[in-house]
Structures are given as C-alpha cells and as structure tokens.
Write a protein of this length. Structure first.
Length: 283
C-alpha cells in the first residue's frame, strides 16, 4: 500500500499520540482516554479544514501497550497517507499538536481523571514521514515482542506472558492487560483509507516481495503450543527468519525445523538464509 501511495505521488507518515503516565495508572482508563481523544481529534469543521488542506486520504491505526518502570504506557500509532504532511514545526503541525492536547484534556475532564495525564504539546503528538510505516503498524498490531528491542520502552504484553509461568507479578500484569484490552480492535482502518485502497488495482504476486512470509506453523503444531509457547514463537519470529528457524530447531527439534523450511519454501520465495538452509538439506 505504501509503495502504491508513493507511486501516486502521495506522502506516507507515522503519527504517534501519547498521554503522560506514571506507576499505578489504570490501563483501561488510558485506553479509553486515547480512544475518546482520537474520536474528538477527527471530529468537526476544524479537522475537516485541516484534512482538506493536506489532502488527507486516511489512516491505519493501532494501539501499542508496554509496561515499564513508570507502569503501563498505552499510545496510538497510525500510518497516515495524504497528499502532503504538515511541515514539522509549521503552523499546521503546531495546530495538530495543540488539538491533540485539547482533546485529551476534554476526555480527562469528562471522565474525572487527573489533569497530569495531559501530554506536553511537543511530546504528545508526533507526525513524521516514514516509508516503512505500514510494516511498523502491522508488527505492533500483532503485539509481537522483540528481545533487545526498543531501549527503555518497557516490556510488551507478550513478553509479560512469556514470563508469567515463572513470575506471579508478570502473571498479574498479563491478566490486567487482558481485562483492559477486552473488545479492543487490533487494527482500525479509516473509511477514507479503505475507499482509497479498494480502488487500487490488485497487486501481482511477484510484487509482494520475497520476504512477505516470515514464519509459518501448521495447525497441528500450533494447537500443541500453550500460551507461553505461542508467545515464544512470536518473539522468535520477530527477530527474523534466521533466528526463528534456529529457535525452532533448538526448541522443537530437527523434524519441526525441516517441516518449517519445506512449508515456507512451498508458500513463498525464501530469503537468502533460507535458500542456503534448503541447499544444505539437499532440497
């Protein structure tokens, strides 16, 4: 989608919207404030004028949640497609930052939540060009974790789940996350972006790319994994195909490793590491 947007002369950006948070803040309250403030952001004549000015096509939004020293941190990411993005630091950009802050303040007041959750204007709203925004949003929506990833960003929910069997505190955090996220949608695509995408010509198979399929599990194998095992599977896949294959061999044995290589080779064009593995096996 991003490549098609760029080919049409459109701009692609990554929009990040946050709240201020601290240890002890309720995750469900954060989620509800974010969702309510987002709805306010895109409502009314001021937003329509902003969108018309920049040829705003639409956005693909997801909610990211981490837990760290300052407690739960929920924030929104959105892949934005528009004719042009507002210049960073310009009048329109500052308007967008202030509007987000105002929308958050309104939600906090309506829900009788502390005003300290209001973000600083220059921190709470960030929009910048991002050629790989679609991949980033998809990764977040899957809630996969990456050991050794973003420094200081806290742990993802699936990292909490992976250690829940050995740590009662992490098990409690996972249960809190599951309760707060009940009913939440992983992906939300705006009507404008949906209409634009539906009008695009279908992509040919060769245009999708050799690395479209990162990992694969047969239904019988997947059913054998418990929650911790599935979290570990996602965490390994998130570190790349080579790491995932090595993890599969170490954890589930040679037969599972060979089965995975054969499946990926049959389903998608393998990346160089997988090609060499197939060659070593004499496939």
């Amino acid at each position: 989608m991003v490549e098609q947007a760029k080919a049409a002369g459109l701009a692609c950006g990554l929009l990040t919207l946050t709240l201020r948070h601290q240890l002890g803040d309720d995750l469900l309250a954060q989620r509800e404030v974010l969702q309510g403030a987002w709805a306010r952001l895109r409502r009314g004549a001021p937003w329509r004028r902003f969108a018309d000015r920049h040829g705003w096509v639409g956005e693909w939004r997801t909610l990211e949640v981490t837990h760290g020293a300052s407690g739960w941190h929920a924030h929104l990411h959105a892949m934005v497609i528009a004719a042009e993005l507002p210049a960073r630091g310009g009048e329109a950009y500052q308007w967008l930052q202030q509007r987000w802050r105002t929308c958050v303040q309104a939600e906090l007041a309506q829900r009788e939540l502390p005003t300290r959750m209001t973000p600083l204007r220059d921190v709470g709203c960030d929009l910048r060009e991002h050629d790989d925004a679609g991949t980033y949003i998809h990764k977040l929506a899957l809630e996969v974790s990456c050991e050794g990833g973003k420094v200081g960003a806290g742990r993802s929910p699936f990292e909490l789940l992976a250690s829940a069997g050995d740590c009662a505190a992490d098990a409690a955090l996972w249960c809190e996350y599951a309760a707060a996220m009940k009913g939440a949608r992983a992906h939300v695509v705006s009507q404008g972006l949906r209409r634009w995408a539906e009008a695009l010509p279908p992509m040919e198979a060769e245009d999708i790319g050799a690395e479209a399929l990162l990992a694969h599990a047969r239904p019988a194998f997947w059913r054998k994994l418990d929650r911790t095992g599935r979290a570990a599977w996602f965490a390994a896949a998130d570190r790349g195909q080579r790491y995932w294959l090595d993890w599969l061999r170490r954890t589930h044995g040679e037969d599972a490793y060979r089965e995975a290589i054969g499946d990926i080779a049959a389903l998608a064009s393998p990346i160089p590491e997988l090609k060499r593995a197939i060659a070593r096996m004499g496939a």
